[in-house]
Design a binder for this molecule. Structure first.
Ligand code: NCD
Length: 361
């Protein structure tokens, strides 16, 4: 990750041109930002996972929950979601509540002064005056980075947390996916050495793009990218995997991967990115997992999905213990609480008081 660097010291053009793996050095320190998956080291991810579990356990006790609520009671966050969201919005909001951080939100740009012609930059600068952190989702790839850079050039830089940008990055989803995989594989040697299959619209699925890279931090992984040719994972991600020395297979053949995968990560068609007049991508991708496949996959295999789902997973497998997508969704709340607490540098307070508040074994 390198040593800490300041966003205020670099021109936007130069920052934009940096390789993803070099950008992270600008997001550390205070205020810290979470903008891209590539800013995380394995060590940092593991710290966050451990903290998430402590928060989750402390929160089971009333005195523990009250203690957690005191940790960020002096802070406020803005939830700015310029794209639809259910889980990411609610779990960030819930994570803030767990830590006692008050929130405000704009979920529709039409209700802010953007409709009067204000630029998104001015709108965000306005929000930032009232809060200590912006949690944002935006249709424009790279815009969260632009906001963090812009804030660094004002007298009042605050933390920016990217809750999904364009078809490009979704770093907090990747963290919750890793947390889910780590917990799922706890008794079978952890994430190292596992075979992970990604299925669906891999071209425009930002969760896959972020998670695939994060998995390259683990040892002896094999990643399978299963998609129709027109929606296959793009070369920039494969280049990053090559650089990291991570093995991968690009294929259209889901049936042959099913019996060997340790994790199957299903995704929906991201047809909101279809271009009018260029036809629909929906028919191009009909990968599916259902009751008829449950004998084919291993007993220890887990099925994940960032949700929302469409036809790609039958509801009839929802109660199979290998279908972990509902747990995965709840894990988002705990890992985001850990991330927000760490962003404000208060994580040590949990570590110091954990023994007092941990639930009886
Ligand atoms: C994903 C997203 O927004 O990228 N949803 C989520 O955050 N859980 C996946 C999707 O919309 O398909």
């Amino acid at each position: 990750m390198g040593t800490k660097k300041n966003l205020s010291d670099i021109a936007w053009r130069d920052f934009k041109a940096l390789p993803l793996t070099e950008k992270g050095a600008y997001f550390q320190g205070s205020p810290a930002h979470t903008l891209i998956a590539q800013q995380f080291s394995r060590e940092k991810i593991e710290e966050l996972c451990e903290l998430a579990t402590k928060i989750k356990r402390m929160n089971k006790r009333r005195d523990g929950a009250n203690f957690l609520k005191s940790l960020l009671s002096d802070k406020r966050a803005m939830l700015y979601f310029a794209q639809p969201s259910s889980r990411t919005y609610l779990s960030h909001n819930a994570a803030c509540q767990i830590l006692g951080l008050d929130t405000m939100d704009v979920r529709d740009s039409k209700t802010s002064s953007e409709i009067k012609g204000e630029s998104p930059e001015d709108t965000i600068r306005t929000f930032s005056s009232y809060v200590d952190m912006i949690i944002m989702r935006h249709p424009v790839g790279g815009f969260a980075e632009r906001v963090a850079w812009m804030m660094a050039h004002t007298g009042r830089e605050i933390s920016v947390l990217n809750a999904g940008s364009g078809a490009d990055q979704h770093p907090t989803q990747a963290l919750l996916d890793i947390y889910t995989l780590q917990r799922s594989f706890e008794k079978i040697g952890g994430i190292d050495g596992k075979h992970v299959a990604f299925v669906g619209d891999l071209l425009r699925g930002r969760t896959v793009r972020s998670l695939a890279w994060m998995l390259s931090l683990y040892k002896d992984m094999t990643l399978y990218f299963i998609a129709p040719e027109s929606l296959q994972i793009s070369q920039d991600i494969l280049d990053l995997l090559d650089k990291a020395g991570t093995k991968y297979v690009v294929t259209q053949d889901f049936a042959s991967v099913m019996p060997i995968a340790d994790a199957i990560y299903m995704t929906r068609i991201q047809d909101e990115w279809d271009v009018e007049g260029e036809g629909s991508t929906t028919e191009a991708c009909d990968y599916h997992i259902g009751a008829e496949h449950m004998d084919t996959i291993k007993d220890t295999t887990v099925i994940l999905h960032p949700l929302p789902r469409r036809q790609e997973i039958s509801t009839e497998i929802d109660n199979d213990s290998r279908a972990v997508y509902w747990r995965q969704m709840r894990n988002g709340m705990w890992i985001r609480a850990a991330l927000i607490l760490t962003t404000f540098g208060r994580q040590e307070e949990v570590n110091q008081h954990y023994a007092e508040y941990k639930p009886e074994a």
